[in-house]
Design a protein around this ligand. Structure first.
Ligand code: CP
Length: 526
């Protein structure tokens, strides 16, 4: 069975499976070897007509120019360089409208997109894909050329390819030091998934606390089985004798820093800048890598190292061209991957309310009797929401009750609420709604506001149904939710009109677009 990559989107490195990434690296190796030996490389060229659009809304040299050159390698491709500065973006046109239009100018398009806003490629895949379906056009492919501080998956492809070359294509083990601005650097964020092509991964994170890797990425590395260690500075790292042979530097992303951090930037930078007196402590065989650009004043990798055996960053940057040629070959249908069985992309589907779990009815009648003795009148018919925010402080429970009432608009009916101590000594909240039943949609909303709550349906003075509700696998379609990341394409501040959507991963709700993790209490705007 052959796998066709046309219409695929690479928004994050994880959009390609490990097998697919390894296939791309293998093809790149073949292409480079053939080119070096001056052999025929036309098999990599896209045969069918394709529009390749280069849309950069943020500055770039390497990604943009290597993609332009890689696109021109494909002689049948019509290569378009979008002039975003003079486009209708400046008349406040949305991303979706812009890309819908560009999609209509060809039978099949591949877009390479760099934006300041995060989550744009994921949005385009969905909305522009729907536009293409409406008009009988083949769904376009989107390649993320870097979205804010989120991800840079094609940099990841060229980095991993370069590491494989460094290791003579042995992917059994890698030990790598990530050095610099690990907080804002999207290239290091992509490593959390990209390094999974190696079977055994050790990562040393070298950065002062202020610019260390966000904890949710560290957690994810550990979940991926990586061994992770942290160091405050290169000096501290070199004082150990356990340094890696692959050092990956990133620049301080001053353009993404707030005032407070900018004030400290110089001292933060010192901790992650290499000096001549460190040279003798670096293990033999070590190579330095850097996604580039490096700043011309006080670069993290000083220029005196350019002519040293440590220089791996130049070959790394040149690999960007080859890896991108092959990526376009794949998305343009020139090369297909042999697979044992057909594998479809797995979409996140709402799990048919599996988070609303029927529970055993223990009271039989008058499920609210106990609490009734302490102040709430038992009801004959209606709903009792119980165990609200159980175990939290009375203050937190009260604010959850208010939130539930506000979001579900439970203030235009007879009702009562309270806070009680259970038999186990924990406090819990309680809302009683005589003659009011909640719809499935309301219960879903409730489960996202206050998971682990119980819903009792009371009829003729008996608890007839009882449900325990858990955090749903996906939360969307609610006006009152919003991603807290101000740079997310869904954030109302950015005016793109994209509804927020969250996917449950562990006990966190992760924005479907920019992947910022939230506690369930954080997604509500009320
Ligand atoms: N590495 C990288 O993304 O460089 P550019 O910003 O020059 O594209």
């Amino acid at each position: 069975m052959k796998k066709d990559f046309r219409s695929r989107t690479l928004a994050v490195i994880r959009d390609f499976s490990i097998e697919e990434q390894l296939f791309l690296y293998h093809q790149t190796k073949i292409l480079k070897e053939k080119w070096r030996k001056k052999e025929d490389i036309s098999e990599f060229q896209i045969k069918d007509p394709v529009n390749i659009y280069i849309v950069f809304v943020e500055p770039s040299t390497r990604t943009k120019e290597s993609f332009i050159n890689a696109a021109k390698f494909h002689k049948n491709a019509r290569v378009n360089i979008f002039d975003s500065e003079h486009s209708s973006f400046n008349k406040r046109e949305s991303y979706v409208d812009t890309f819908n239009m560009l999609t209509s100018y060809g039978d099949y398009s591949i877009f390479i997109v760099r934006t300041r806003l995060e989550g744009v490629p994921r949005l385009l895949k969905k909305k522009v894909g729907e536009f293409a379906d409406r008009h009988g056009i083949k769904r376009p492919a989107f390649i993320n050329g870097g979205d804010g501080r989120h991800e840079h998956p094609t940099q990841e492809l060229l980095d991993e390819y370069t590491f494989l070359e460094h290791k003579n294509f042995d992917n059994s083990h890698i030990k790598i030091a990530l050095i610099g601005d690990l907080l804002h650097g999207r290239t290091v964020h992509s490593k959390v998934d990209g390094l999974r092509i190696f079977k055994n991964v050790e990562v040393d994170l070298i950065a002062p606390e202020e610019i260390q890797m966000p904890q949710h990425y560290v957690d994810k590395m550990e979940r991926n089985g990586f061994k992770v260690k942290k160091y405050e500075s290169i000096d501290e790292y070199l004082s150990t004798d356990e340094t890696a042979d692959i050092w990956y530097f990133t620049r301080l992303q001053l353009e993404r820093m707030g005032e407070d951090m900018l004030e400290k930037a110089e001292s933060l930078k010192k901790a992650v800048t290499f000096r001549e007196d460190m040279l003798h402590k670096v293990k033999e065989g070590t190579k330095f890598y850097h996604p580039l650009p490096r700043p011309k004043i006080n670069p993290e990798i000083p220029v005196f190292l350019d002519d040293s055996p440590l220089n791996g960053w130049e070959t790394q940057a040149m690999n960007g061209y080859w890896v991108r040629v092959v990526l376009l070959s794949m998305l343009g249908g020139a090369i297909e991957m042999e697979t044992p069985t057909e594998q479809n992309e797995i979409e996140n589907k709402d799990d048919e309310y599996k988070f609303i779990i029927p529970a055993k009815i223990t009271h039989g009648t008058k499920g609210v009797l106990k609490e009734g003795k302490r102040g709430i009148k038992p009801i004959d018919n209606g709903t009792v929401i119980d165990h609200i925010a159980k175990g939290k402080s009375p203050e937190e429970i009260y604010s959850t009750i208010v939130k539930i009432r506000k979001i579900l608009k439970l203030y235009d009916c007879d009702s009562a609420d309270g806070i009680f101590r259970s038999a186990d000594g924990n406090y819990k909240g309680y809302i009683s709604l005589p003659d009011r039943y909640l719809s499935k949609k309301e219960i879903k909303k409730l489960s996202a506001i206050s998971p682990n709550t119980t819903v009792n349906i009371i009829k003729d003075s008996s608890v007839k149904e009882k449900y325990r509700i858990k955090l749903p696998p996906k939360i969307y379609n609610f006006e009152e939710i919003s991603c807290k990341n101000e740079n997310c394409i869904t954030n109302p501040k950015n005016g793109e009109g994209v509804p927020s959507s969250f996917v449950r991963i562990g006990d966190k709700l992760v924005c479907e677009y920019c992947e910022t993790p939230h506690d369930y209490g954080e997604i509500w705007t009320i």
